[in-house]
Ligand binder design. Structure first.
Ligand code: R5P
Length: 295
């Protein structure tokens, strides 16, 4: 493979993928000037090479400008094409104009990225009103699902589980996991009253009183969805749940709040580097990239 892998912010995951693909990591210097402007220097030969950039887009406003500069620089230095692997892809929630005067940031962001990269790979993007990324991205995209590695973890670690999806959006992946593993699931009813206020209703789960609840969500951001669900399960005298999130955003002190709540374990995939990462998605990224190289 005439390729190199670069990562400005996610070296641990990029190193795993580089090793599995047998593709070297590119050398570069990346730092900030005293006034916080970005300095970038590529030290590897990138001429005619396919460049894979692996960087999740949590904290996107901070990360995006250096990544766009990296793209510009690699192209100027003769890179053949740039595949951007963003295990967590941001700016997908504003997928319609909810109130007049608001912007559709998912669309603006997709237009921006499409202008700088030749392909995009991501994991479990938060697609709600869009059915697939090509509705907003004009470059080839691939969506990887983490369900195979999440189900493996559940099978290996939990006896007598019941999957709990906190809202109707989670139904798609919770149902798929439930079928894949052959275990029961229940979907709750969630109403979001504000950025940090959610209400959750649990349907009748009396038949599963002794099962181990596993809360499954794509993103843990403020943690309020998980915290409210944990409260409701506690009121129903269910055992302390295991919380599994694909993307460990953990805004502010969400992780600490969840640790203090009635949880057994909090587990995430390494799409975003975090101490809770126990499920490795690197083999999924490697498999997907092999497909891109086969063409
Ligand atoms: C929402 O629809 C998502 O699937 C998650 O439930 C949500 O992003 C979790 O956010 P928070 O942790 O802020 O409740």
């Amino acid at each position: 493979m005439n390729a190199l892998i670069f990562s400005l912010y996610q070296q641990p995951l990029a190193t795993l993928v580089a090793h599995q693909l047998n593709v070297p990591l590119g050398d570069y210097v990346f730092r900030c000037f005293p006034d916080n402007e970005t300095y970038l220097k590529i030290e590897s030969d990138v001429q005619d090479k396919t460049i894979i950039i692996i960087d999740s887009l949590d904290n996107p406003n901070h990360k995006i400008l250096p990544l766009l500069f990296l793209s510009k620089l690699l192209k100027e230095l003769g890179a053949k094409s740039l595949i951007f692997v963003a295990p967590y892809l941001c700016y997908l929630r504003q997928d319609k104009r909810f109130n007049s005067g608001e912007g559709i940031s998912s669309l603006y962001f997709a237009e921006l990225l499409s202008g700088y990269f030749d392909g995009l790979i991501t994991i479990d993007p938060h697609l709600h009103r869009y059915h697939n990324l090509n509705e907003i991205y004009s470059i080839p995209t691939e969506v990887i699902h983490s369900s195979s590695v999440v189900s493996r973890w559940i099978i290996d670690h939990v006896a007598n589980p019941i999957l709990v999806g906190p809202d109707s959006e989670s139904e798609q992946w919770v149902n798929a996991l439930s079928k894949q593993i052959g275990i029961p699931c229940v979907i709750l009813e969630k109403h979001r009253r504000g950025d940090e206020v959610v209400e959750v209703k649990v349907p009748n789960i009396a038949n599963y009183q002794n099962a181990k609840p596993i809360l499954i969500d794509d993103i843990i951001s403020t943690g309020q969805t998980m915290l409210e669900t944990i409260k409701q399960l506690k009121a129903l005298l269910m055992p302390p749940p295991i919380c599994i999130g694909t993307h460990a955003i953990f805004a502010n002190d969400a992780y600490q709040q969840l640790l203090k709540a009635n949880t057994d374990k909090i587990i995430t995939c390494n799409t975003i580097t975090h101490p809770s990462n126990l499920i490795d998605v690197s083999p999924l990224i490697t498999k997907s990239l092999r497909g891109w190289f086969k063409g």
